[in-house]
Each structure stands twice: as structure tokens, then as C-alpha cells.
Design a protein around this ligand. Structure first.
Ligand code: PLP
Length: 454
């Protein structure tokens, strides 16, 4: 970052004041204290001319939109499920007028102010329940008596175990003691909830009789099934069906994780895509006899980060009374987004759910778009769902390939384009790209290929 000392520029011969240097960066759109930070760091480094680059570094470190050309639909590093309506504006894009970031385009001073009936019954005037809106609709969608929304699926499982099994046993198959991404490890979640892990069966084969024996031998409060999600055990394997564990006399909780609401996919005009085969769904798992299911909001459900618990109203009432329910509860922004998503599902408008729209585009359409980019070589590709769902499952896709490793140049675009590099080629998969972004992708690819490859 050491640019040459600018002895020729008279204003920098003596270090400028932090304040005047910060003032000179106002066009970046960042709030003054962040510009002061950039100015102070530049002066401390003996390189005042680097202040603008430092301010730009701060701007680029903020949350901002990116174009996902990786072909991974639920990309853990890119916010998992893409959201439509409330799209992320660039928090500090330099505005044409140089005015403060986030001010309305029409130049008026403030955005409209709005409350909601988050916990208020407008008919009776009495206190309402934040779980009455989105959660009620999600319960209906999976055929459950009730549902509860918390921050993520890890919180959902922790709450269920804490509320229903504290200091008692939780029977889990040894084949389901899994780790799922960033720190969700079933034995640790069980321990954290205050319950006691009761391992049953073996790594590859577990039967109903193993659960029954554990129930006879000790104090087991519930049976927990965990979807293996991101890996498979193949070969000499056996696991009981959900229905086989439904009548053991203790609640059966199934952590399906991925958040598929219904195997029938009634929200898709063409029904369930073939790559979805075998994925457990909330409705069918409950119908088979599970008392509760838990799943994420931002995997196959296609919504914001959230965890959903659906099933028996009396068990959910116990969960809602537990102190962790307050600690884990979802906020109004998430509940509003989930409500709008649930209404879209009920309306069977799968094309209005970004995840399902992208996942089901015909590959021929993607090829046409790839040709129209007019840059690189049009290629068939294999997209994946990602996010720890459907391991090994590939969705036919198409996009373009560029020679060389162009990933860094693509990321440097005003809206960063995230691509995949293999064997000294850079692949841009259009399945995960909004068609509205095709022009930006083409421009970025053209720019990236005129620079020397990394
Ligand atoms: C993904 C997953 C989780 C963790 O979900 P988060 O919403 O990321 O907390 C838990 N259980 C299963 C089976 C999963 O697939």
C-alpha cells in the first residue's frame, strides 16, 4: 500500500490534518467517522495519499450485493437462499449527489416510518403473539397443528431438546451423530441443551428395536432423528422409517434440516424436479408420525435465515414457555419476510420464490442466455443445491468458460461476480444468476479477459 511520497503535491508536503483529509473523501458516501478512521490510518502510515484507497477498503468490507455465478444455489458464503423483494442495496455506494448513503433517490430527507402489529391484536387491542403470523401460515403449509420460528435450525433443535428433554435422555442413532457446517454437531447440541445423549444402534445400521431397548433401559425423554444432510452412508445400511418410531411412547422429533415443505411441490407447475428425489419433507414426515420437525428457513424453503419447529401444539407450547424461546426468537424483519414467503407458497407461485425459480429454469434457456452474453465459450455445467443439502446431486446447467484464472478480476467488478475456477479455466454458471444481471456478467467477463490472467 506504499504509494510514493507525494513531495510534488504541495498540500501533502506537510501531513494534512486528519479532518481536512477526511473531508476530501466525502464523495465516497461513507459516514464521517469512517472517513476519519481512513484518514487517521493513512497519516499514521506516513502515506496520506492512501486515504482514498483505505476508505474504499472500508466500503468494500460492508455488506453489499454480489452476483453468484458459482452454480451453487444455496451458497453458504453468499447468504444461502437468495432473497427477492427486500433486496440488499449497496449500503454506501457513492451517490451521484455525493449525499449521505441510504437517502431516498428523490432527495427527500427521510424514509417512511412504519410500525407493525408484531405483538398486537388490532381487533381486540390486546397484546398479540409474534408467532401468530408467519408461523401459523408455515404450520398450515406443512399440515401441522402449530409452528414456532426461531433464529436458525440449530436454535430450533436446541430449544426442542432444552424444553422437552432437559436432564433426561435423548435417543439418537449412531449413524446420525453428524456435524453439519459451521459448528452444528449433534452430540454438542444435545449437551448444550442440558439433555443427555443416549446413543442407539451402530454407524451404519440402526433398527426400531435399538430405540425400544434404549427406552426400556433408561430415562429417555424423546427420540431424535437427524437428516444426514451433507453426506451419505452407502452399502450395508439400515435405518427405521419415521413411521416405525412413531409409537414408541415418547415424542419423536425429526430434524429434517433442509426445509422442503412438501414432497409434492404443489408450488411448482411441473411438480417435483427429479433431483429432489428422496429428500425428506416436513408434511410427509409429520404425516408419517413425527411429533415435531425442525428445519432451516434459508435452505430449500428459500427464505431468510430462520429455524422452524412445526408439529404438535402441546409440545410447541412447552417449547414456547422455555426461557430459550425468548433468547432464540426471530425478529420482525425475518417474520415479515417469512410471512410473505409463506403466502407465496400458499398461492402456489413457485416462480416468485427466487430459489425455486432458479432451480427449475430449463437448461436450454440458460444456454440461450449464455450465447447472448457474447463472451467466453458456452459450456454445459452441473449446478448444485449446496448449503449442506442433497450431497452429490447435480442439476444440469449452462454458462460460459473463460481461459485462465479470472476470479479476482471478476470479484473486482462494482457488483462482484463470484465464479468457479478449475484446471486454469474460469466457469460462470448462469443458473444462479438473475437474468437481469446478465449484462453486468458479460461486462465483467469482458473486462476480466482483457486483463492478464492471475
Ligand atoms: C443445516 C442443518 C442444520 C443447521 O441449520 P441452521 O439453520 O444452519 O442452523 C441442522 N440440522 C440439519 C439436519 C441441517 O441440515
Amino acid at each position: 500500500m506504499n504509494s510514493p511520497r507525494s513531495d510534488k503535491q504541495p498540500e501533502f508536503r506537510r501531513p494534512p490534518s486528519v479532518d481536512s483529509l477526511a473531508q476530501s473523501l466525502t464523495g465516497s458516501g461513507l459516514p464521517h467517522p469512517l472517513l476519519v478512521e481512513a484518514a487517521r490510518a493513512a497519516i499514521a502510515a506516513g502515506d496520506p495519499a492512501s486515504a482514498a484507497a483505505r476508505a474504499e477498503g472500508i466500503r468494500l468490507s460492508l455488506l453489499r450485493p454480489v452476483i453468484n455465478a458459482t452454480g451453487v444455489l444455496l451458497h453458504t458464503n453468499l447468504g444461502r437462499a437468495p432473497l427477492g423483494a427486500a433486496s440488499l442495496g449497496d449500503p454506501a455506494a457513492p451517490s451521484a449527489a455525493g449525499g449521505p448513503a441510504g437517502s431516498p433517490a428523490d432527495g427527500s430527507a427521510t424514509a417512511p416510518l412504519r410500525y407493525s402489529n408484531l405483538e398486537f391484536d388490532t381487533r381486540s387491542g390486546a397484546r398479540g403473539d409474534r408467532q401468530a403470523h408467519a408461523a401459523g401460515l408455515l404450520a398450515r403449509l406443512c399440515g401441522a397443528e402449530a409452528a414456532l420460528v426461531v433464529n436458525n435450525c440449530a436454535a430450533a433443535v436446541t430449544l426442542v431438546l432444552g424444553a422437552l428433554a432437559a436432564s433426561r435422555g435423548v435417543a439418537v442413532s449412531r449413524g446420525e451423530l453428524v456435524e453439519i457446517g459451521g459448528g452444528f454437531r449433534v452430540p454438542e447440541i444435545v449437551a448444550q441443551s442440558g439433555a443427555r445423549l443416549t446413543e442407539v444402534g451402530t454407524t451404519n445400521r440402526t433398527r426400531r428395536q435399538d430405540y425400544a431397548a434404549a427406552l426400556e433401559a433408561g430415562d429417555v425423554a424423546l427420540c431424535l432423528r437427524v437428516h444426514q444432510s451433507n453426506y451419505r452412508i452407502v452399502g450395508f445400511t439400515e435405518a427405521p422409517a419415521v413411521a416405525d418410531l412413531a409409537d414408541l411412547g415418547v415424542p419423536l422429533v425429526v430434524d429434517i434440516g433442509s426445509g422442503l415443505l412438501d414432497e409434492a411441490c404443489g408450488w411448482l407447475a411441473d411438480g417435483p424436479p427429479s433431483w429432489l428425489r428422496g429428500e425428506p419433507a416436513a408434511r410427509q414426515t409429520l404425516a408419517a408420525g413425527a411429533d415435531l420437525v425442525t428445519f432451516s428457513g434459508d435452505k430449500l424453503l428459500g427464505g431468510p435465515q430462520a429455524g422452524i419447529i412445526a408439529g404438535s401444539a402441546s409440545l410447541l407450547a412447552r417449547c414456547a414457555r422455555h426461557p430459550l424461546a425468548r433468547a432464540f426468537r426471530a425478529g420482525g424483519l425475518v417474520l415479515e419476510t417469512l410471512q410473505s414467503l409463506a403466502l407465496t407458497y400458499l398461492d402456489r407461485r413457485g416462480d416468485d420464490i427466487p430459489f425455486w425459480r432458479m432451480a427449475t429454469r430449463p437448461v436450454a434457456e440458460l444456454r440461450v442466455r449464455a450465447e447472448a452474453l457474447g463472451v467466453g465459450e458456452v459450456c454445459d455445467m452441473a449446478a448444485t443445491t449446496g448449503g449442506g443439502t442433497l450431497p452429490g446431486v447435480e442439476i444440469p446447467s449452462a454458462g460460459i468458460a473463460l481461459d485462465g484464472d479470472r476470479a479476482a478480476a471478476l470479484r473486482a467488478s462494482e457488483v462482484p461476480v463470484i465464479a468457479r475456477v478449475a484446471n486454469q479455466r474460469t466457469y460462470l454458471d448462469l443458473r444462479t444468476v438473475d437474468p437481469a444481471d446478465d449484462a453486468a456478467v458479460a461486462a465483467a467477463a469482458r473486462r476480466a479477459t482483457t486483463e492478464p490472467a492471475a
